[in-house]
Design a protein. Structure first.
Lengths: 183, 183
């Protein structure tokens, strides 16, 4: 198993935090080999933020995300930019509130990511955590248990709303699970 | 200009935080192109923690740190492991309290990194920030001003002791500055 996940959105959406939580969950708690990376500066194209995670059972020999298996797009700009680089089987998890012009040729999985964050925590800021829960429920690439442990490790005594956001995301993802989560 | 910096130490030393602060300082405030990455899992070799930052004036085309120009080693284990992969001109910034067996063939720059953190902030936890200040003062790869802005952005109302740690590190680095900081 080797999967490449790209998380993309705008500056304040916790893109890099989400990718580090995913990397720690997979690398420390699921026992995978993981490479996490992000670009800053001109290459990051203005206000856009993206981060990449490669998760593998094997040692990772070519650690650059070239063609993601999963794109998580939290804004229309991120969707427009990064759906340019997908393979035929790649899936796109997207926030249906912020991403409204979809390319029908893609395997789009729209979810109410930000709205769920507001419903659960009262704030938009946990949308990134909802998205990780969806990733787990939908694809099984990372386990819910490992994500929970990584969230607790990161947020300490501020974990509770984030755990709820994660669980709700997982529930949403499971309803659409791909091949019984063997993506 | 293209420089590759590897920061390495043990689990609790804030290695990844330091590399992200360095990446944000260079990429957002110094206007460079930056790629920051880290590995988790078996490839991270047990308790050891390392993170890589590539800083470039040009677009970064091959974003894997292969041979660092600068290694920051906060433990003997990290020194022993990662000095294997250096070029002739690479420099090693090291914590003289934790790294005591030095390879004389290398360009070693010993500093009292952790002790300075304790002297300035009362805790070891800002050793990573002291190390970033040293990097700036010694090499000029990143500006002190950009590091300060990245530290304030990250620590918000807990910035003050970290700014002091950064400034003291910068002062220590400047005393040993390489070619008037044009490394």
């Amino acid at each position: 198993m080797r999967k490449e996940i790209r998380i993309a959105g705008s500056g304040g959406q916790g893109i890099i935090s989400a990718s580090i939580i995913l990397a720690e969950a997979s690398g420390i708690y699921d026992g995978k080999n993981v490479l996490q990376s992000q670009v800053y500066g001109a290459a990051a194209r203005g206000e856009m933020s993206k981060a990449d995670v490669i998760i593998s059972d094997e040692e990772i020999n070519f650690p650059e995300v070239r063609i993601p298996d999963v794109l998580i797009a939290l804004t229309q700009d991120a969707y427009d930019e990064f759906t340019k680089f997908l393979k035929r089987d790649s899936i796109v998890i997207l926030d249906e509130f912020y991403v409204y012009h979809l390319d029908d040729k893609l395997k789009n999985f729209p979810f109410s990511i930000t709205k769920t964050s507001v419903d659960i925590t009262g704030r938009q800021i946990s949308a990134n955590i909802v998205a990780l829960g969806i990733l787990s429920g939908l694809t099984g690439i990372v386990t819910l248990e490992a994500l929970k442990r990584a969230v607790v490790e990161r947020f300490k005594n501020r974990s509770e709303p984030n755990i709820k956001a994660l669980e709700k995301g997982y529930e949403l993802g499971t309803k659409e699970a791909i091949n019984g989560k063997t993506f």
